[in-house]
Design a protein around this ligand. Sequence first.
Ligand code: 13P
Ligand code: SF4
Length: 328
Amino acid sequence: MDTATLNYEPMVFNPRQGDEAPLTAIQQEVLELKQSRNAIILAHNYQVDAIQRVADYVGDSLGLAYRAEEAQADCIVFCGVHFMAETAKIVNPDKPVLLPDMDAGCSLSDSCPAEKLAAYKEANPEVYVVAYINCSAGVKALSDVICTSGNAMKIVERVPEDRPILFVPDQNLGQWVSKQTGRPMRLWPGSCYAHVLFTQQSIERLKLKFPEALVVAHPECVETVRDNADEVCSTEKMVGFCRESTAQQFIVVTETGMIHRLQREVPEKTFIAGPTDTCACNECRFMKMNTIEKLRDCLKDMTPQIEMPEELRRKAYLPIKRMLEWSK
Ligand code: 13P
Ligand code: SF4
């Protein structure tokens, strides 16, 4: 097969030459508002570059949860999706937590409604529920421990041996962790709509054009993609892997926003967006709902804010607290 069979132009990010462009007027406005509100801006690795550049911290779900817990500012602005901002509120309830677009949800989180999990637990009271952090506060409140893609192995290894594990909501991450740890698990049939679009065939075709490139994939990808990747890890670990590897080119099999962070921190290397069968890149439509304008407006108006009943928050905090302790 030759590269003529690619039905898209590969999205290649070559080594960065020179400084980044100066901040725009709206980015300056965000920084001024941030100062006057004494706010901290936390942003996920998938956010648009304009937001990443004004954030105090850019990272994966685990790093963001720790930063939210220890935040000293008067207000937290969370640029990510709803479950991430909700987690920030759960661990830091006395501060307002702003999310630039309240509709920024997550298909994976939606695939496990709390009522369905409650019914499963009632019928199977013996299970120990390990919940991937990509779930609602209602699901967290029904779980024994939370994990992220950055600490899932460590967390699962601490689960009492005599308890059968139910892993929710991502069957792909769960399958990967089960294989790595040798621990059998019941898997909730959920998945991320964006990560399951990457296929082994689409990556193989791209590799014909970039034979030297290493493939780094997120564990939310399907098994054939994971099994053929050079590295499978959380978005944060991708930065360290690409920095420390002797390779110069990487095919990044996750949401394309990740490449902004990689380019900033590993500017001397080349990154190629992981393709789907029909497209050169793959964006999460929820992550991209936040824009620099919405970030400015939420800081100006102090809305929209995450709210939740205190009883729910307290119940959801316990498995997060366990995770934060177990993964230190
Ligand atoms: P990370 O925790 O690796 O950043 O992943 C979060 C996520 O939503 C992946 O789709
Ligand atoms: Fe959810 Fe997938 Fe978007 Fe991550 S990439 S926030 S799992 S929909």
